[in-house]
Design a protein around this ligand. Structure first.
Ligand code: ACO
Length: 334
């Protein structure tokens, strides 16, 4: 049953941050055998932000988090938990969340990273919402942040044109009547682990400990069977979203804004077409930021809130997919 019971829980504030270096499709034309036309036609991406040397996932997480806390009117000392969805943590351990807890001075908060491909931040949102709904915790900071540019092979045109760096954050807490806050109505989290080989980063851990061979084979880079991912998402996501909304008691036409994982405009367009929903209902910022993995839905949600696109009373679906394969959706009412 996807409906969230218990105490009302909502997004009280949001924030985002991107690093300073912009990489255009024209820049990529000089690095690999690609073209602006191919990238725009196949993905919709025009630019992406890439972290400068020394800038870490924890750095942009902190910037996005401080903005979210300020907009929510919550101080770090009020936080009970920090969850960070990421596939590019500074280090495997300590977690980004633990470093963030220390840097923010969130003295009473627990901290953990959530790793589940690009869907990690949606999983983190669902976990955070459930903790607040249960009454165990009151205020939770949920972050989606990536510096995937360090894990991408800049000689591999299949992946390097797609990804970008960035961070988005929200503060979850008890639902308020005043102001614009997104109340979580329900969510669904799914996985098809039989497809775990579609998006991988194999090297440097238990299965392939770091060695000269793993480096020679490029096992420390992201590898993706892009076309298989494309087909999987187009096949699975539309009926999944239709079923999820049906169980929640709504139809696709009831949703004012769709905050999809910003992986590829053609995927978003195909999903909306299959659901019979006009394209304008999709929040789109991948042209500027590329696929920022866990940061993607968080940055898109933040921009949709601050731009005034999302208004009081709107129903908003957030949906993502990624390595695993994992996928999921959350329904909010603002
Ligand atoms: N520039 C020019 N040509 C390219 C490039 C490039 N950057 N990349 C691939 N090509 C070529 C391929 O080599 C292939 O050439 P060939 O026909 O001579 O073999 C041709 O373009 C077509 O390749 P396809 O892979 O079939 O292209 P497709 O239309 O599927 O688009 C893309 C590729 C953009 C990767 C698409 O499949 C896609 O978006 N897939 C989904 C990826 C995704 O959403 N990932 C999200 C999860 S990420 C995570 O969880 C970390």
């Amino acid at each position: 049953m996807p409906k969230l019971g218990g105490l009302g829980v909502a997004v009280l504030g949001s924030g985002m941050a991107v690093p300073g270096k912009v990489v255009t499709n024209q820049d990529l034309e000089k690095m690999v055998d690609t073209s602006d036309q191919w990238i725009v036609e196949r993905t919709g991406i025009r630019t992406r932000f890439v972290a400068e040397e020394g800038v870490l996932t924890s750095d942009i997480s902190e910037e996005a988090s401080r903005m979210a806390l300020e907009r929510a009117g919550i101080s770090p000392e009020d936080l009970d938990l920090i969850l960070v969805g990421t596939n590019s943590p500074d280090t495997l351990f300590p977690s980004v969340a633990a470093k963030l807890q220390g840097r923010l001075g969130a003295v009473k908060a627990g901290a953990a990273d959530v790793q589940s491909g690009c869907t990690g931040s949606l999983y983190a949102l669902a976990m955070g919402a459930s903790f607040v709904a249960s009454g165990v915790f009151k205020y939770i900071l949920v972050v989606g942040a990536e510096v995937l540019s360090r894990l991408v092979d800049w000689n591999d045109r299949n992946t390097c044109v797609l990804f970008g760096d960035g961070a988005g954050a929200v503060v979850l807490g008890p639902a308020r009547d005043e102001g614009l806050s997104g109340r979580v109505l329900g969510f669904s989290l799914k996985a098809d682990g039989a497809k775990h080989d579609l998006i991988t980063l194999m090297g440097g851990l238990v299965e392939h400990p770091a060695s000269h061979e793993t480096v020679d084979q490029g096992l420390h880079w992201v590898k993706m069977k892009g076309n298989d991912v494309f087909k999987f998402v187009n096949r699975e996501i539309p009926p999944f979203l239709d079923g999820f909304l049906g169980e929640m008691g709504f139809a696709p036409g009831d949703v004012s804004s769709w905050v999809f994982h910003q992986a590829n405009w053609r995927i978003m367009e195909g999903v909306l077409r299959r659901l019979g929903v006009p394209e304008e209902r999709a929040v789109v910022n991948l042209d500027k930021y590329g696929n920022t993995s866990c940061a993607s839905i968080m940055m898109a949600l933040h921009e949709a809130i601050v731009s005034g696109r999302i208004r009081k009373g709107d129903k908003v679906v957030i949906s993502s997919f990624g390595a695993g394969m994992t996928y999921g959706a959350m329904l909010m009412e603002f």
